[in-house]
Design a protein around this ligand. Structure first.
Ligand code: FES
Ligand code: FES
Length: 186
């Protein structure tokens, strides 16, 4: 057991936890921040993604004791951070996920949103392949990812004051469209 002093969502917190506990365990089972999900608990799904110094990390593979004084942001801290920065309502990425219906069960959503927020903080105008690459560690078993990418593109467009690009399912926008099968005997 050790005493940890962590910096979570803008607050300094002190707590006691077993030496081997991960950041995810401390967040969920000591601090009650259950927005970070415990999916696979072995680094495969991204449901436990939180931001440490603004970078997405897997809470299930990060020792809590290794975080020291680094600022940690969980999904619970995103809207308060946006409000503190002068915004209104939820973080624009959260709002766009809501408006685009970019979820079904919602289990992946906190990690998805935090990965997207980290991407937009370092690149205000990522391309669609860059969005997909940034979310490649966040698995969704429900949505098929299309509305998720659309939501991020909506948040980007609104932050830039431009029209959002066409969604991936619009005619002529699928760069991976398969060629028509050859005619028999051709
Ligand atoms: S719970 Fe951490 S990657 Fe799945
Ligand atoms: S909405 Fe269910 S896992 Fe993504």
């Amino acid at each position: 057991m050790r005493v940890l002093s962590l910096h979570v969502n803008g607050d300094r917190v002190e707590l006691a936890a077993p030496d081997h506990w991960t950041l995810l365990e401390v967040l969920r089972y000591r601090l009650g921040l259950t927005g970070s999900k415990q999916g696979c608990d072995k680094g495969d799904c991204g449901a436990c993604t939180v931001l440490v110094e603004g970078q997405p990390v897997l809470g299930c593979l990060t020792l809590a004791a290794s975080c020291g004084e680094k600022p940690i942001t969980t999904i619970e801290g995103l809207m308060p951070a946006h409000l503190a920065a002068g915004g209104t309502g939820p973080d624009p990425v959260q709002a766009a996920f809501d408006r685009c219906g970019a979820l079904q069960c919602g289990f992946c959503q906190p990690g998805m949103i935090l990965s997207a927020r980290a991407l937009l903080n370092r690149n205000a105008q990522p391309t669609r392949p860059e969005i997909r690459a940034a979310l490649s560690g966040n698995l969704c078993r429900c949505t098929g990812y299309t509305q998720i990418v659309q939501a991020i593109e909506l948040a980007i467009a609104e932050s830039l004051g431009v029209e959002p690009c066409a969604p991936a399912w619009a005619p002529g926008t699928n760069p991976w469209k398969l060629a028509a099968p050859a005619e028999p005997g051709a």
